[in-house]
Design a protein. Structure first.
Length: 205
């Protein structure tokens, strides 16, 4: 069974990819996380775009392990902040991965901004690198999920900025959606769905 390295230690991201694959009928792929392979040097996320960072992470994993590797870089782009936090979303407060601090800072920065000007979008770029030698393939896709930043967090699900993101057309924040509801419309769900043809080829299904 072909193995696919997901360049993340976030179990929720692995579960999300598994749900997308199951929904698309893609079988025959063994999903591994960074916790399942020997540690390797990971390049810092210094790219100017989500696509740059996703491809760099996927290339690192592919070169270090020889396994097909998929990676994503995602974040929130806020209109009133000229597209920031953007690629800095995970470390917006200065500490990488501190969801509560990042969200609190974002809300503070938007404190005086009226609801009508709190437009935003979740963005996810996903990169897949697989094959060998001259047959090496690189696929990079992008998914966006438009919405609005709320004035306060709502919901216990998801991660990152989900509790303060109200998707367009919804009365529930991303953190109030079920995993299946979120997969169907989220930025990462949309990006991963665009990878399905390549993943199906990789799986041989």
């Amino acid at each position: 069974m072909p193995a696919l390295l997901v360049a993340s230690r976030n179990a929720k991201k692995l579960a999300e990819l598994r749900r997308v694959l199951d929904a698309a009928g893609v079988v025959g792929l063994e999903l591994l996380s960074l916790a399942d392979v020997a540690a390797y040097d990971e390049a810092p996320e210094t790219g100017a775009t989500f696509e740059d960072n996703a491809l760099a992470k996927a290339m690192d994993g592919f070169r270090a392990t020889g396994l097909a590797c998929v990676a994503d870089d995602s974040g929130i782009s806020v209109d009133a902040l000229n597209g920031m936090p953007g690629v800095l979303s995970a470390r917006w407060s200065g500490v990488h991965g501190d969801d509560a601090a990042n969200t609190a800072l974002l809300l503070a920065q938007l404190g005086d901004v009226p609801y009508s000007r709190r437009g935003a979008a979740f963005v996810s770029a996903c990169a897949l690198v697989y094959g060998a030698g001259s047959a090496e393939k690189r696929v990079v896709v992008r998914g966006e999920w438009p919405g609005t930043v709320t004035h306060e967090p709502r919901g216990e699900g998801g991660f990152g900025y989900d509790p303060v993101f109200l998707p367009d057309g919804s009365t529930h924040t991303a953190a109030e959606l079920t995993p299946a509801e979120k997969d169907a419309v989220s930025h990462r769900g949309r990006a991963l769905a665009l990878l399905v043809p390549a993943l199906r080829e990789l799986a041989g299904s």
